[in-house]
Design a protein around this ligand. Structure first.
Ligand code: SAH
Length: 328
């Protein structure tokens, strides 16, 4: 919801200022219509229904995976595509993956979003509206900024959205921001008061390979990125999650695992190995190779888990968001 429009409409209607939080409280609880806001006068509900849309986004298509994952493709008011994904886990966890930008200005070679045209930064309201879309379906408890875009390049809107996520039932500790290693963004997160978690998309244990896979590494090379993560750890006292996509024959060999173990201090980092989701550019590592990689890290006392893949059949998995999926 565009909260500026809401505030203006309430002011124009001569309503007391507490109405803003009254309406927002209902919105955060996932109501689908002003009718349901029973502590507002009927005439006001009707007026707001006519003047203030409940969302800044309209749904273009929605796809459902066999594993329960739901992907929504939205349009902003100026017709920029935005995707978000609801992941449902067996333990009951409900996690929403949101986009911070329409498209992405970076060009990581394995990621479909990087291949599409960059649109623009999303506003805090447009980010919240992605989570609210799913909140209207069911309660949610986690939000990850792992959809389209680089959250740290739109950090103001991202942090403004984070501030309001508890109103939707998502605590700061259950909110994670993922970055390619944009150093000023990591520093902003280290300084922010909210205890949101930081995830670093690393994907390679040395500069040569990382620059090949992620051109942004030329701007912020490994040493600078890891120094920023150390500052984050020192300040926040929280570990950094390292994401490492497993590409067959490229970055998944035992020597890469050993190099990674030598690079990362186990007191600062935990590793999450991501099975590659096909985008055309590479082949994914076979499961045995992923397991071998994980066990080498473990031998060096570096904690590592393998990410559960969700929604691959509807192009909703990591790196597959490109606003071009079939309708289902
Ligand atoms: N721009 C941020 C936020 C996106 S998070 C970042 O890169 O961290 C999306 C995660 O999925 C990142 O870790 C990204 O590297 C990873 N990813 C991208 N393409 C992928 C693919 N094809 N298969 C698996 N993971 C992928």
């Amino acid at each position: 919801m565009d909260r500026a429009i809401l505030e203006q409409a309430l002011a124009d209607a001569g309503e007391p200022s507490y109405r803003v939080s009254q309406v927002w409280e209902w919105v955060g609880r996932g109501v689908r219509a002003y009718e349901e806001m029973t502590n507002l006068p009927l005439a006001l509900r009707e007026r707001l229904a006519a003047e203030v849309p409940l969302s800044t986004l309209s749904v273009r298509t929605e796809a459902r995976s066999d594993d329960g994952t739901v992907k929504a493709l939205f349009d902003t008011a100026d017709e920029r595509p935005v995707e978000a994904v609801l992941m449902r886990y067996r333990d009951g966890r409900r996690s929403v993956c949101v986009s911070s930008q329409s498209g992405c200005p970076l060009t990581c070679t394995f990621c479909a979003t990087g291949q599409m045209k960059f649109g623009r930064n999303l506003s805090a309201d447009e980010i919240l509206d992605q989570a609210l879309h799913f909140r209207r379906i069911e309660e949610i408890d986690h939000v990850v900024f792992m959809g389209m875009g680089e959250p740290t390049m739109n950090i103001g809107a991202v942090l403004a959205a984070c501030e309001l996520l508890p109103d939707l039932g998502v605590t700061h500790r259950r909110t994670a921001i993922s970055t390619v290693g944009w150093v000023p963004g990591i520093d902003r997160l280290a300084e922010c008061e909210m205890p949101v978690s930081l995830a670093l998309s690393l994907h390679a244990p040395n500069d040569g390979l990382r620059s090949q896979l992620m051109p942004v590494n030329d701007r912020y090379p490994l040493a600078e990125v890891l120094a920023a993560c150390d500052r984050y750890r020192a300040r926040r006292r929280r570990k950094v999650f390292v994401e490492y996509v497993m590409l067959d024959g490229i970055n998944d060999l035992p020597e890469h695992a050993r190099e990674l173990a030598a690079l990362l201090d186990p007191r600062v980092y935990k590793v999450n190995l991501i099975p590659y989701n096909p985008t055309g550019a590479y082949d994914g590592s076979p499961p045995e190779r992923i397991e071998r990689f994980r066990s080498i890290l473990a031998e060096h006392r570096l904690a590592a888990t393998v990410r559960l893949t969700r929604g691959r059949d509807i192009d909703a998995a990591c790196g597959q968001l490109a606003a071009a999926s079939p309708t289902a």
